[in-house]
Ligand binder design. Structure first.
Ligand code: FES
Ligand code: FES
Length: 213
């Protein structure tokens, strides 16, 4: 017997092609059908449909105009943006701190139209036309706001993280007239947490400012 290998598998057999087996028929039609289906999907997606899909994916945007610390500010924002994020990330005002971001610590307190507000829980887009005051807007050039000065006088902070929120809340508390006693101040400042435990001195600072008013 010869052990020589052929150069190729040889010429194709002559005569009519053999009928496809069931297996080759299914394999062929599946491949062609898949290509047709894929082609149909691509060809069927008109540009307007693609644009509609991408528009549906885009976050809803809105325009908001605010007066922040006396300055008119306008922004186009994702409607889900909190006032806190707008102030910190778009308006470059990082004085208002993000603590829990859930309305529990008070680090985010700002004044909106003179009232204390949880900026982390407030949608900025709802405040069109409002006046917002943050801790950056309290001082008069180099002259501290009386409550800022009182915090210094009373040594009412340690790490300082809660301090902007405490001061804004204290300003609101004084304006609201809830300063008749230390207990009343404690009650009306109870939404502001201080991890360093400076509560006694914070209350003294609010008292000092309220007395000097
Ligand atoms: S950051 Fe909003 S209450 Fe804590
Ligand atoms: S001074 Fe540190 S959390 Fe209040």
């Amino acid at each position: 017997m010869s052990t020589e290998l052929p150069d190729s598998y040889g010429p194709p057999p002559e005569g009519p092609a053999p009928a496809p087996s069931r297996r080759t028929f299914i394999a062929t039609t599946t491949a062609v059908g898949g290509a047709v289906m894929a082609g149909g999907l691509v060809a069927g997606a008109s540009p307007s449909a693609a644009e509609e899909a991408s528009a549906a994916d885009a976050p809803p945007a809105g325009r908001v105009a605010l007066t922040v610390n006396g300055e008119r500010r306008i922004a186009v924002i994702d409607n889900r943006t909190s006032l806190l994020d707008l102030l910190r990330e778009q308006f470059g005002l990082p004085g208002t701190k993000k603590g829990c971001n859930a309305g529990a610590c008070g680090a985010r307190t700002v004044l909106v139209d003179g009232r204390r507000v949880n900026s982390c829980l407030t949608l900025a887009v709802r405040l069109d036309g409002a006046e917002v005051t943050t801790v950056e807007g309290l001082a008069d050039d180099d002259r501290l706001h009386p409550l800022q000065q009182a915090f210094v006088d009373q040594d009412a902070f340690q790490c300082g993280f809660c301090t902007p929120g405490q001061i804004m809340s204290g300003v609101g508390c004084i304006e609201e007239g809830h300063t008749g006693s230390a207990d009343e101040i404690r009650e009306w400042m109870s939404g502001n947490i201080c991890r360093c435990g400076c509560y006694v001195k914070i209350v003294r600072a609010v008292e000092q400012t309220a007395r000097g008013k």
